[in-house]
Design a protein around this ligand. Structure first.
Ligand code: NAD
Length: 297
């Protein structure tokens, strides 16, 4: 079979960020509003520092205000809650994101649920999760939203398609399944206890892998012609160079022989996450002020 079409998330994210920048300019011109995104980082995890730096840079490039709050690893839960409370009350702040994971003395769920739901641009607050589950308008988690935009761009309407999501985390698997259900797919959520996972995966017209296991999904798990979305970001040793490299949850070489289309790692889902964060911040800025998003988003 011919090689699958590559779904270029990097290029799509550039276009999406450009559209967000246009929306921001329009919001400023028509309503005098500049959206602001506050990112909170507790501790010095190197990967989190890179994410936070990239988020700040891309926020400014989109014409928004970026507020970075870096707190020491010893920060108490009460201190972090006090910061979240002040950001909730700050009119210049439209979106609040607390970079996860947080240190052990802090409960991640408590922090997420302390963020005002209308400023919860990560879409992790129970109110936003509940809105997604019940089909109400709310802020949607960035990574699954990015996957959905890529799927709709590549496939058009998704109605009636069979979708299998591998992984049931609150930040990727579950919201991904909800979004696909909302698009009228027939959705199966598979996980670590699923029996005969390859056979379940082979039923999928749309196969989303969000597991965190390097190259677990091989070509024999893929239905011929299926669209494969690889959310995984795993760092593994590269024996050819003696350094490390990034791989997905999908074994790209074998899956690309069978799939109709596939996202690469890197350059697939990854770049969509920050682009969707910026989109959510623009949406939050509009919704909070009752400004219609037509013509802006
Ligand atoms: P998680 O660890 O919270 O959840 C993993 C899920 O996979 C669990 O629900 C578990 O049941 C399932 N699972 C684990 N082992 C399995 C197995 N052997 N067979 C079937 N299912 C299994 O992870 P997460 O936060 O959802 O992230 C998943 C992957 O996506 C990771 O590689 C992560 O780095 C990546 N990720 C990427 C982005 C991005 O921006 N592209 C964002 C978030 C997460």
């Amino acid at each position: 079979m011919a090689e699958a079409t590559l779904i270029d998330g990097k290029a799509f994210a550039v276009t999406l960020r450009g559209k967000v920048a246009e929306g921001v300019a329009k919001l400023k011109a028509d309503h005098g509003v500049t959206p602001g995104l506050a990112v909170v980082l507790v501790g010095e995890d190197p990967a989190s520092q890179v994410y936070v730096r990239n988020k700040g840079k891309q926020t400014v490039e989109a014409g928004m205000e970026s507020f970075e709050h870096k707190l020491p690893a010893t920060t108490s839960q009460a201190e972090l809650l006090a910061l979240i409370d002040s950001l909730n009350k700050d009119d210049k702040v439209d979106g609040i994101l607390c970079q996860l994971p947080v240190p052990d003395q802090i409960d991640g769920d408590t922090i997420i649920n302390a963020i005002a739901p209308e400023k919860d641009v990560d879409g992790f607050h129970v109110i936003n999760a509940g809105k997604l589950a019940t089909g109400q308008q709310g802020l949607v988690p960035c990574t699954p939203l990015g996957c959905l935009l890529l799927l709709k761009d590549h496939l058009g309407p998704l109605s009636g398609k069979s979708a299998v999501v591998i992984g049931r985390s609150n930040i990727v698997g579950k919201p991904m399944a909800q979004l696909l259900l909302k698009e009228s797919c027939t959705v199966t959520v598979a996980h670590s206890r699923t029996k005969d996972l390859p056979a379940v995966a082979r039923e999928a017209d749309i196969l989303v892998a969000a597991v965190g296991r390097p190259e677990m999904v091989t070509g024999d798990w893929v239905k011929p012609g299926a669209t494969v979305i690889d959310v995984g970001i795993n760092r593994v040793d590269n024996p050819e160079t003696g350094k490390t490299k990034l791989v997905g949850d999908v074994d790209f070489a074998s899956a690309a022989q069978v799939a109709g289309a596939i996202t690469p790692v890197p350059g697939g889902v990854g770049p969509m996450t920050i682009a969707c964060l910026l989109r959510n911040t623009l949406e939050a800025a509009c919704l909070r002020r009752g400004i219609p998003t037509d013509g802006i988003l």
